[in-house]
Design a protein around this ligand. Structure first.
Ligand SMILES: Cc1cc2nc3c(=O)[nH]c(=O)nc-3n(C[C@H](O)[C@H](O)[C@H](O)COP(=O)(O)OP(=O)(O)OC[C@H]3O[C@@H](n4cnc5c(N)ncnc54)[C@H](O)[C@@H]3O)c2cc1C
Length: 197
């Protein structure tokens, strides 16, 4: 018998999808509330280091991730003129199951989601923007804005996996959460180019 009634996860990014999959595989009912209408396809992460790979192995998705991606021998950061800034030599991890693996995040998300869809105790509510959270002695809840109005979802636990601008974090800590936003901004995009030699 499952001791959990339900866990709510806010956000269907890699953190939310991975957590949902791992909980659902233990038979724990889980609902992901995601503000977007589907998986995020914007270019972001591509390289996953050993601690992330370790968790992907535990979630049972690594065979699919390896089949879709590849293991790089190295990673390097350069200036636009090709000058090397810094790099990692990944060959020292040769043969290790949790060695660094490359796969664009949108493809990793699709793999996680495909595995999650097979779990009977998991579901994703797309187009569900979490606005507020609360709790009492018995349960936790979230207030959600959907196309057809505001709804309330309740669970044993609410987990905030809603990224860098987390509404869950704001509700919990307001402005007292430690950290700072850097002035610099970056634009991420995928390009095709001749590789520097
Ligand atoms: C350019 C770039 C390159 C990167 N490269 C790497 C890399 O090579 N390797 C690496 O390990 N990491 C990399 N990262 C970091 C990595 O992408 C993030 O750490 C990762 O995406 C965080 O995952 P997450 O699930 O916590 O949050 P996110 O991916 O941000 O997902 C959060 C989800 O929550 C949803 N959400 C937000 N607010 C609400 C709300 N109020 N209600 C409901 N849903 C909500 C969002 O729509 C989103 O789907 C990179 C990031 C960037 C920007």
């Amino acid at each position: 018998m499952c001791l959990f009634w339900q866990v709510i996860i806010v956000g269907a990014g890699p953190s939310g999808l991975l957590l949902a999959l791992m909980l659902a595989k233990k038979g724990i009912p889980v609902v992901i509330l995601e503000s977007a209408p589907g998986l995020d396809k914007q270019p972001r992460a591509t390289h996953y280091a050993s601690p992330a790979i370790h968790e992907l192995i535990r979630a049972g998705v690594m065979d699919d991730v390896r089949a879709a991606g590849f293991h790089p021998d190295s990673v390097v950061w350069r200036k636009l003129d090709g000058t090397v800034l810094a790099g990692l030599d990944a060959t020292i991890f040769e043969g290790e199951p949790d060695r660094m693996t490359c796969l664009p995040l949108d493809k990793l998300g699709a793999i996680l989601y495909r595995h999650l869809e097979k779990q009977e105790t998991a579901r994703v509510e797309w187009g569900s923007k979490v606005m507020d959270i609360g709790q009492d002695e018995d349960k936790a809840w979230v207030e959600v804005e959907k196309a057809d109005g505001r709804k309330r979802f309740e669970a044993d636990y609410v987990v905030g996996c809603d990224g860098a601008n987390s509404q869950v974090r704001r509700c919990l800590f307001g402005k007292s959460f430690p950290g700072k936003t850097w002035d610099e901004q970056i634009v991420a995009t995928n390009v095709s180019a001749d590789v520097f030699t």
